[in-house]
Design a protein around this ligand. Sequence first.
Ligand code: CAO
Length: 419
Amino acid sequence: MNKPLNGIKIIDFTHVQAGPACTQMLAWFGADVIKVERPGSGDVTRSQLRDIPNVDALYFTMLNSNKRSLTLDTKTAEGKAVLEKMIKESDVMVENFGPGALDRMGFSWERIQEINPKMILASVKGFSDGHEYEDLKVYENVAQCAGGAASTTGWWKGEQSGPMISAAALGDTNTGMHLAIGILTAYIGRQQTGKGQKVAVAMQDAVLNLCRVKMRDQLRLDTVGYLEEYPQYPHETFSDVVPRGGNAGGGGQPGWILKCKGWETDPNAYIYFTIQGQAWSPICDALGKPEWKTDPLYMTPKARQPHIMDIFATIEDWLKDKTKYEAVDILRKFDIPCAPVFSMKELLHDKSLRASGSIVEVPHKERGSYWTVGSPIKFSDLKPEITASPLLGEHTDGVLAELGYSAEQIAALHAAKAV
Ligand code: CAO
């Protein structure tokens, strides 16, 4: 099968999650991704949260499939020489070191351009160049706070109120996906100009990009002073900042997470129920409430909003003798947008996800095999084949040989502890 990114050589100088997620995806689609890791320890995620002693942790295996691993100490003169050779022969270098680390290593953007003017340098940082916080190191949850996700997620009153972190990797993997788009854009640009360029994505910016509807809400709030789709409307007061809206729908469709049969013991016995405007009539039919169709208190979204939580309570009453699956099976017949709240266990064992390649089992030299999340992007002419993450330094000698190093030179690099 033709893999469209075949032939693109990527130096993968990434670690933890944001960078590795980006290069993993490019590897799935055919790029030759060589992960450069510090000898002895490698990417910190190899040993973080291990489930099996002395074996690469799932944190690493699930973010580094389809890559090769080269160990290289880029702080030694010999290691720097190898990296320089790699830069000459590669198309892209991806890194997500702390601010200034690449410069301190001696590979500033200016230097990289001198070595290879066609090189694309792709970087993830917490904040963008020139930002007042540009010197900060950043992890996932820090980015969620800096990008507007935390201030707009969670409960606005009660014991659980306060900014809330999402379990989804809005700061890490999301930033990596933005970077992948940037890299491919720069690569196409290079085909037109013959020149490489620097591509940078700040985690704060990538989170903000996903929170743009909350920025929309800030602008609306500034103009009208209230947000009619938020649960605070119309009975509570709004301040001058976008409030947290609990489980309210973020668009024009009111929605909420509702309890189903068994919620008392099953933490995920819930569905998300959306009251889409045009679906109101089918919703009334599904719930056995045909009278709501003509009742002026229920007929329009505007009329419903002041007592929307009472409507959800009525729907919850209808749900109390139905499992989340039974409820969705009824509602889908009425074309009502809804879904069960799936646990990770359910997703891991989901037949449809396994059939589509969204969940895949990958053989691994030391683990036996591991389950991982496959490509969420589906193509008609490409079915990404997910292969195991590399062992630390598994491909060191092979990569050095490809770079033109002789067996004696490779032995000397090992002796100097540069690889
Ligand atoms: N050989 C020799 N040195 C190496 C090396 C190698 N192969 N790989 C890395 N290093 C060195 C770096 O050069 C750096 O050295 P100096 O600081 O002395 O110049 C050092 O390792 C530490 O790098 P770091 O700052 O990236 O690592 P950290 O663990 O202190 O910080 C993180 C981690 C993630 C907070 C930081 O890298 C960061 O802010 N990255 C940008 C934002 C980002 O991607 N965050 C998401 C991570 S996923 O949650």
